[in-house]
Design a protein around this ligand. Structure first.
Ligand code: NAD
Length: 308
């Protein structure tokens, strides 16, 4: 495994991170034992950073991750969770909810402190309130020693940048923005770095769209994008390759980021993803997949309030 420092923090993490959203059954049912084995396999392979949220499976992902990490040396891993989002349409960015949320996450995760707490999907909130109330509430918890670092997450890069300009952030987490479908994060990363803000890259498989199995029914991408992804999966299969492999390897090479979080709810996926992320990139296959995806490259979908 390779390790990198997250800018703006003293956190040194594996370049492939464990994304725990699937432990909340977001992509289909994951039984407890399977989920626990995937976490343990990731740790064994040198993965040291875990990202979760109360929203994933309405607390299930945190509970499963907490069970999986029980008994593991707390200094051996970096634990990131979130505040502010609790259901598809349930948001609460108030200071009071932040304080309660962190205490609940600590209990579910069985942790004495959290290394990073991020305001979840800021584009669904009032950015001025997030700057004036939500982040200061996290800063107070940092001063109290419950959390070590604070950040924000979201889909529109402009919203992440707007908050990074106005608040004293440690990290931003961006998802689906450095994949075979969209490379925008590479353009924005230097501006975050210039402010000393660490950049975390997530969803290399574009939330399942860039897999042989295909996107889950709730996937927000336009139908044409998903059709092209399915065609890319077929092209790879005809070559005896896996689209997942190309997608994980490509996204893990995003310049200017500390780590790339991938959801890998079973041991086989964890083992493959670590091997793929650290192995060579098939440039010929990439060129062919690039040609196929070119008509939909950079096609985004709406997320959050229109003004964000
Ligand atoms: P992803 O792009 O990592 O894709 C996950 C899907 O791909 C799952 O269905 C998984 O089973 C499948 N998969 C993974 N490896 C595979 C393999 N080797 N072969 C076949 N299928 C494979 O999407 P994600 O999990 O949503 O994103 C990664 C993590 O990033 C999340 O778990 C979460 O921690 C974080 N994230 C955060 C936000 C946010 O804060 N707003 C948004 C998205 C993701």
């Amino acid at each position: 495994m390779e390790y990198r420092l997250i800018d703006g923090t003293d956190l040194r993490v594996s370049i492939l991170g464990y994304g725990a959203a699937p432990l909340g059954d977001v992509y289909g049912r994951v039984d407890l034992a399977t989920g626990i084995r995937s976490v343990r396999a990731a740790l064994e392979l040198g993965v040291t950073v875990f990202d979760v949220a109360p929203y994933y499976g309405r607390t299930r992902a945190e509970t499963v991750l907490g069970r999986a990490l029980a008994g593991v040396d707390r200094d051996a891993y970096t634990l990131a969770t979130k505040v502010g989002r609790y259901g598809p349409d349930e948001f609460d960015f108030s200071a009071a909810r932040v304080r309660r949320s962190v205490d609940e996450s600590l209990a579910r995760l069985g942790a004495g402190h959290l290394d990073l707490v991020q305001v979840h999907d800021i584009e669904f909130g009032d950015l001025s309130r997030i700057v004036a109330e939500t982040l200061p509430a996290l800063a107070a918890l940092r001063d109290a020693g419950k959390i070590r670092h604070l950040g924000v997450t979201g889909y529109p890069l402009a919203a992440l940048a707007a908050v990074a300009r106005r608040a004293d952030l440690d990290t931003v987490l961006s998802y689906c923005r450095y994949t075979l479908l969209d490379r925008s994060l590479a353009d924005w990363a230097p501006a975050f770095a210039a402010r000393g803000v660490g950049v975390l890259n997530a969803s290399p498989l574009a939330m399942g769209a860039l897999t042989g199995r295909g996107a889950p029914p709730w996937h927000p991408a336009p139908a044409e994008v998903l059709r092209r992804c399915a065609a890319a999966a077929e092209l790879c299969a005809r070559r005896g390759a896996a689209l997942e492999h190309l997608a994980v390897r490509f996204s893990a090479g995003c310049p200017g980021v500390a780590t790339t979080f991938v959801g890998m709810p079973d041991e086989r996926q964890a083992r493959r993803n670590v091997r793929w992320a650290l192995g060579p990139l098939d440039e010929d296959l990439l060129a062919d997949v690039d040609r196929l995806l070119a008509p939909v490259r950079g096609r985004t979908w709406p997320s959050g309030r229109p003004e964000n």
